[in-house]
Design a protein around this ligand. Structure first.
Ligand code: PLP
Length: 261
């Protein structure tokens, strides 16, 4: 007998044909937490494990209609947002969020791929700042994305503090990921209301990975949908993500792909 309902996470993410990042990362990471992913594609990409060659937006009406049908049918426990790509996709995500303000939103602000290629059009930033971030429960930027969103004149820590004061319909917390900093160990930091709440340390692994940010944000969404509080959701999702990277495989010729299942 199945007594506990399986938490369902609506994923608004891009498609990465390598299977390393994007929607496939979400589905696998969410399944590994014992939850169910309901996938809605926001952008389509052309890429291999080295680089991104291009991307296209998806019709925003399709995103909204798909999301609405899911909300009518399934008890959605959290929304995970990854690559939006275009301002139109960001507006579609904001529309779904505003129709369900009670559902926590975890947003991984995907602006660049691992090799630094752009995964967002410039006009996306304004829409994300004004329409998406104020309704998010948690943002998971890396240091580059945090500064890009809050202001390049700020340090990454200042940017994370600033972003954690932007919540309007939600108390927006920020998990600043430290992978891109030039430090021997990796330090991830959780900020709330402009203050540092907790630091999480992990040893730096030797390889470059494709989809580590997606793995972290979607496992976090699943842990929050399971009812974990923010600190324990961060700890569990970071531990899980670290394990997937320890077991990662080089399936193509470039970045390694996390082993999530
Ligand atoms: N989402 C999509 C569709 C992508 O293609 C990428 C990177 O290529 C990402 C997200 C971000 O990947 P990562 O988790 O490595 O930051």
């Amino acid at each position: 007998m199945n007594k506990q309902p399986t938490p369902i996470i609506l994923c608004l993410s891009g498609l990465d044909p390598t299977g390393g990042a994007g929607i496939q990362a979400d589905i696998e990471a969410i399944a590994a937490q014992g939850c169910h992913a309901a996938p809605v594609i926001t952008a389509n990409t052309i890429q291999d494990t080295h680089t991104v060659f291009g991307f296209r937006g998806i019709d925003p009406e399709l995103i909204i209609e798909q999301g609405r049908r899911l909300f009518d049918d399934m008890p959605i426990g959290a929304i995970k947002i990854g690559m939006l790509g275009s301002a139109a996709s960001a507006l579609a995500a904001a529309t779904l969020m505003s129709e369900h303000p009670e559902v926590p939103v975890i947003y991984d602000p995907v602006l660049f791929s691992g090799d630094g290629s752009q995964l967002a059009r410039d006009e996306l930033l304004e829409t994300v700042r004004s329409q998406v971030i104020p309704g998010c429960r948690l943002l998971t930027p890396n240091t580059i994305e945090a500064r890009h969103l809050a202001g390049d004149e700020l340090s990454a820590e200042q940017a994370a503090r600033e972003l954690s004061t932007q919540g309007k319909s939600a108390n927006t917390q920020v998990l600043l990921t430290g992978t891109h900093s030039n430090t021997p160990d990796i330090c991830h930091q959780l900020y709330s209301d402009g203050e540092l709440v907790e630091s999480f340390y992990y040893p730096r692994l030797p390889n470059e990975y494709h989809g580590s940010g997606c793995t972290l944000a979607s496992s976090l969404a699943a842990q929050l949908a399971r009812g974990e509080d923010m600190l324990s959701a961060c700890q569990k999702a970071l531990d899980y993500t670290f394990e997937t990277l320890q077991q990662a495989r080089q399936l193509g010729q470039g970045q390694w792909i996390p082993k999530r299942l």
